[in-house]
Design a protein around this ligand. Structure first.
Ligand SMILES: C[S@@+](CC[C@H](N)C(=O)[O-])C[C@H]1O[C@@H](n2cnc3c(N)ncnc32)[C@H](O)[C@@H]1O
Length: 286
């Protein structure tokens, strides 16, 4: 079977090179059938996600309440292709780009997978990880995880809106699967605030579900994503009810739109470093 050109192009993109100041980091990615072991030293607390397993009379809009927080770790691992890679590589970026006595932000931290991976990887002295989320349930559960964790880097929990929370002295900012939940008209301003709160040489990692202008590619990536979810144990009913719940809540944009916005916010260099179907991650350098 021959590989379509666009699939081949996307496979090529999974090998990437970041050249920034004196660093050259080359990382090769491959799609993993199963998540690798948890890279953090914090306990995993999650239950199995069965939130959409039974037929619902009325599918309410998705929100990050206590029911979702209770199963979130399982939900995101089984729903987002490449999630474990993105979390792990956020740690790799922290080991390279965290500057001494700076802040490292995880904006929309949920249960803190990224915050913990970054905290566990930092070697620069005097860093604090700021884990920000406006869901009280997520923050409470992350507090419990941190209490039992052996990670030395301090993690400060901030229950706040990322649109208004102060961002300062940042050498690394992670915005993993969170911008997609921010209203479209507020995204430019948020990215400008992040840029302004970063030190020179600072790095932003932005991971999102993405949209394609070409309807055929959009349809194919949706089908492949659904097949991924089926292989993770979700039924067609679960996939379709979750899709209805999230439809008007998660608004994906194209990679071009993200790149334009990041450059418009002031970032000097933007690279797509990971893509699997309709999920991608970018790094942007100040
Ligand atoms: C899909 S989860 C993010 C996953 C997480 N970054 C990770 O790597 O596991 C999105 C999170 O963003 C949070 N969120 C969405 N909008 C927010 C806002 N305006 N301010 C703060 N948190 C927000 C939600 O509560 C949720 O926990």
């Amino acid at each position: 079977m021959s590989i379509p050109k666009w699939v081949d192009a996307q496979l090529q993109r999974t090998r990437f090179t970041i050249q920034h100041t004196c660093y050259e980091v080359s990382i090769f990615f491959f799609i993993m059938k199963r998540s690798p072991p948890d890279m953090t030293k914090a306990a995993s607390t999650t239950a199995t996600d069965t939130l959409f397993a039974r037929p619902l009379d009325d599918v309410a809009g998705f929100c990050f309440d206590d029911k979702v927080a209770a199963v979130f770790e399982d939900m995101i691992k089984r729903s987002v292709p490449g999630y474990a890679t993105v979390v792990g590589i956020s740690g790799v970026l922290a080991s390279h780009f965290a500057q001494p006595d700076s802040h490292i932000y995880d904006l929309g931290c949920a249960l803190g997978a990224t915050a913990l991976a970054m905290a566990d990887s930092v070697s620069a002295p005097g860093c604090t990880v700021m884990a920000v989320d406006n869901s009280a349930s997520m923050i409470q559960r992350l507090r419990e995880r941190i209490e039992t964790s052996t990670i030395a880097t301090p993690i400060q929990l901030v229950e706040d809106d990322i649109l208004t929370t102060p961002i300062d002295n940042a050498s690394l900012v992670a915005l993993n699967y969170t911008l997609q939940f921010v209203a479209l008209e507020q995204r430019d301003e948020l990215l400008r605030r992040i840029f302004n709160g970063m030190r020179k040489g600072g790095v932003l990692v932005l991971s999102e579900k993405i949209h394609f202008e070409d309807p055929a590619i959009a349809r194919l990536c949706t089908e492949l994503h659904h097949e991924f979810k089926r292989r993770q144990g979700y039924s067609d009913l679960e996939i379709s009810q979750k899709r209805s719940a999230i439809e008007n809540v998660l608004i994906p944009e194209t990679i071009d739109t993200h790149e334009r916005r990041l450059r418009g916010a002031g970032f000097s260099r933007v690279e797509v470093w990971f893509q699997c179907f309709n999920f991608a991650s970018l790094v942007a350098f100040k």
